[in-house]
Every structure is written in structure tokens, then in C-alpha cells.
Ligand binder design. Sequence first.
Ligand SMILES: [Zn+2]
Length: 272
Amino acid sequence: MPPRTAVFFHAHPDDEALLTAGTMAMLASEGHRVVLVVATAGERGLAEMRPGEALGETRMKELYESAAVLGCARVECLGYGDSGLSPQGGVADERPDNAFIDADTEKAAQALAAILEEEDADLLSIYDPAGGYGHPDHVQVHRVGRRAAEIAGTEIVLEATVNRDPLVKLLKMAGRVYRFPPEFDVRTFESAYSPSEAITHRVNVRRFARQKRAAMAAHVSQASGGESDRTLAVMLKVPSPVYRLVFGTEWFVRRDLPPGTRLDHPLDRWPK
Ligand SMILES: [Zn+2]
């Protein structure tokens, strides 16, 4: 396969480590150009110790470290404000003026499309319409990413997701022997991410577990403290069988392929 360019669009630093790190490391190792774009610097993440602005800087440094481990050729931040989460998990009342959730979809899409065009990208990775576990910034990544791919004419659009069926099953099993933190509700995963039958790509990333772990470890500011409003914090609290499940496979939905398609490489079934 000739070298292609894949752009991975994420909401906050650390989302790449959890959802697509193995796939990114795999593509880079195969000689493809891998570009990482985040919408925000994640300045409303955990780490209560630091004031907002400093946290954004820290998290961008962590993102560069993660990107280096994964073999990314370029890292960009669109510069929107992290919208944060309300205590109930919805849209936060108090948010910055330039919050990503309040951004004009068309304008944001144009900014991402400019990168896709500059890179002559063959593939764009975004999120499923539910934004995975429902963070408003993640839902916005789906909307903005879809539109950006339309503008730039990017042929392959993959929605990074998690196969929720085995995840829910494992979490329920784990719940019998493991005491989840009080704010961790297994039921929220029953409608999160994607059901098995919707998934078109199952990418085996076991060979890149070391890079994926290192990418997660790079986001040190997100690994402890604060409320569990981040996927990484939630995931670091789940027991090891779930952890291994999350590490070994990465899942994507490509909506222009017929239902029931089962592919194992993100660039498979390249359009004619
Ligand atoms: Zn996020």
C-alpha cells in the first residue's frame, strides 16, 4: 500500500490515547503520515491544582509527548475553549467565550478542512454521533468532523468508537467483584459508543500496546484527582480485564460501507 495521510481529530488531549492510539501507532509504523488535531487544549480537565491557562499548556505538552510516542508527523490545536461538563454530565453553564460547543460548526469545519486540504488527507477519524460517552465537545467533534470532510472531499471518514456490548458485559461482571467509585455508573455505558453490529472496523492493536500505554501515561495531569468527567480518569479506574479489552482492539464505524462489513485495517477497501 502506498503511503497515505490519516488525520485524527479529537476533542481534548488524552482522547487520542484512549480511542485511537494503537491505530495511529500502527499506521505510522507502516509508513503512513499520521496527523493529530485537537479542538481544545483541555484546560477544564482534572488537576485542581493549577489555574486554567497553565493546565492548557501542561496538557498540550502532554499531547506532544503522546504524539511523539505514537509517531505523529504533526500536531495541531484548533484553539477552542474546553466546554467542560456539568456535574450531571451535560453542558456546563459556566464555560469560556470560545467554548467548542458554542463554536459555529461551519467555521470550525473550515479550520479543520484547511488542514485536511493542506495534508491532502486520505482519512479522517472523528467520533460517533453520540460523542462516545456523550461529552458535549465530543458530539461537536462528530458534527465538525463530518462537515470538514465534506468540504475537503476526504474519502474515508471513520468514527472512532468502542464496542459497547462486550464492554457492558465485562463491566457488569467486574461490578460483582470490584467496587466502582460512586460516580461510575455502568448503565451510562449501555447507551454510549456503538453496538457491535454497527462497527465496521476492528483493528487489532495488541502489538502497539506499549505505545498506547505510553501515550496514556503521557497525560499525567489527567490520571488522578478531580471528578471523573474524563474518559481517561474513568478508564484508569476500571479493572484490568476491561483495561485489556480497551487496549487490544480499537473500533471504528465507516458509514458509507454496508452494514455487516468487517474490516481490520483503517485503510482497507480503499475507494476506487
Ligand atoms: Zn475528551
